[in-house]
Each structure stands twice: as C-alpha cells, then as structure tokens.
Design a protein around this ligand. Structure first.
Ligand code: ADP
Length: 261
C-alpha cells in the first residue's frame, strides 16, 4: 500500500487539513518486477554475442590478418555469426513486445488453411533440403479466421524448430484437421524429443531444453513464446507432446471462419 499525503492551505497560506491517498501498488510492483527480470535477461542475452564480436574485432585490430590470415578469417566469421544472432534476438524481442503490449492488433480475415501451410513450407523447403529432411504436407480443405502473416510466422517457427532438432533423412509432417469448433494444426517431427518436465516451460521467454541450444542451433529461446502470444491472440491453444529420442508434435488450434465471423 502506498500513502500519498498532501497539506491543503487556505488563500493566506494557513494550513487547513491533510489529504491522504492510499493506492494498492501490489499489482504495479509485480509488473515492475516482471519488467526488470525481462530487462536483465535481455541484457544478458545481448551481452554474450556483443562480447564475442568485440573480442574478435579486438584481435583483428592488432593486425593479425597479415601474420595469421587463417585465424583472422575465423575471427571475422565469429563476428559475422554473432552479429546475425544479435539481429535475430533484437527482432524477436521487438516482435514479442509488440505482440504482448497490444501495440499492433492482429488483422484477422478469412484464410485458406492449406495456403497458409503451403507458404510456410515453401519458405523452409531450402533449409530442409540442405538438412536432408523431408517436409510432408497433408492437404486440408478448411477456412480459418486468422491474421495470415502471424499464422505463417507460427508455422515457420514450429517447422524451423522441427528441422533444427531432427536428424538427416527424417520426415516432418504438417497437417491440419477440422474439429467441431475449429482447426487443429500439427507439426510432427522424428527428432531428439523434449523431456516431459520441459514441455510447458519451453513456451516461456528464453527457455531452452539445453543451454547450448542457442549457440549450437542458433536459436534465441523466444520463438515459442512468440507462437504462444500469436495463438493466444486468436483465442486458440498451443501445446507440445513428445517422446524422448522418438520425436515431438506441436499442436495449435484456430477458430474456423464461420465460428468467429
Ligand atoms: P529457439 O530459438 O531456441 O528454437 P524456441 O522458443 O523456438 O527457441 O524453442 C525453445 C526450445 O525448445 C529450443 O531451444 C529447444 O530446446 C526446444 N524445442 C523446440 N522445438 C523443439 C523440437 N521440435 N524438438 C526438440 N526440442 C525443441
């Protein structure tokens, strides 16, 4: 509880009475605390690639490109990889903040589910080909009430995770099934799987199953938090099921066009 006291005077400046105001600041404190935690995690996440970039450039500045060209090339690669990571981090943080603060209302419209799926698959096909992974799409005939770009972003995030955590020669299946009151989308992989106690936590900000995932797999730990925020703004649900060593399936629901129009 916060008490604000002020003294009220008459026109000659003589004290008349005090006014005391009481504000319940418990909720404000909780919001401030969440914000402070977020800022501290973000600063930490940004500092790691920045430190690597500064270190590599510092070494290059000593003039090693003449005496040790191979090492100089390696330092440039580190600086480039880490600056790309910084850009990804900043973009993801901005996306999440824009979504969660409600700054941009998602413009929903009637969309063809098959087209959304096709667009996401087309974006990721080259990366899947490079990893020797087959992307399989099971066609569906359904209309959904959704913000198309946001749903394509959700599908792209889920598919790119599936590719990152799957071995070569495996298959990723994307399908959508009409339900009573909506559509259920599924992204199923044959990858390394997710431990049961992490299945919910991974939807939190900066949560990764393995601390080395961000460095080895290039992720930011924000992709699923962005997906969750998008699906919540569609009044849908998103969750994952998995068997370690066998694979994972990510699910989300959307209302069908007729339902929400
Ligand atoms: P990232 O950018 O690290 O991929 P995400 O929020 O998208 O961030 O995912 C969080 C973490 O969840 C990943 O780092 C990984 O540990 C785990 N994860 C997500 N998708 C999969 C998947 N299909 N298979 C195995 N682990 C996954």
């Amino acid at each position: 509880m916060l008490r604000v006291t002020s003294l009220v005077r008459d026109s000659q400046g003589k004290p008349l009475y005090y006014v005391a105001q009481f504000h319940d600041i418990t909720e404000r404190r909780a919001i401030d605390q969440i914000k402070n935690e977020f800022i501290s995690i973000v600063s930490h996440e940004l500092r790691t690639p920045l430190t690597a970039i500064r270190g590599s450039l510092g070494l290059l500045a000593t003039g090693i490109y003449d005496s040790k060209p191979e090492k100089a090339r390696r330092m440039l690669e580190i600086a480039l990889t880490d600056s790309e990571r910084l850009v990804r981090l900043v973009n993801d943080i901005l996306d999440l903040e824009r979504l969660d603060s409600g700054q941009v209302a998602l413009e929903k419209t009637v969309c063809d589910a098959a087209q959304l799926m096709q667009q996401a698959v087309e974006t990721l096909q080259p990366i899947a080909d490079q990893a020797a992974i087959t992307l399989r799409v099971i066609p569906v005939s359904a209309q959904v009430w959704a913000a198309p770009d946001a749903i394509i972003q959700t599908l792209t995030n889920l598919l790119s995770n599936a590719i990152k955590f799957s071995p070569a020669n495996s298959t990723i299946t994307l399908k959508a099934q009409p339900q009573l009151d909506g559509i259920l989308f599924q992204v199923q992989d044959q990858g390394r799987g997710i431990p049961a106690d992490k299945l919910q936590a991974i939807f939190g900000r900066f949560q990764q199953v393995d601390v080395s995932d961000s460095r080895h797999k290039g992720g930011t730990g924000l992709g699923l938090a962005i997906c969750q925020s998008i699906i919540q703004q569609h009044n849908g649900r998103i969750w994952a099921e998995s068997t370690l060593g066998e694979g994972s399936t990510f699910y989300f629901t959307l209302s069908n066009a007729a339902h929400d129009c």
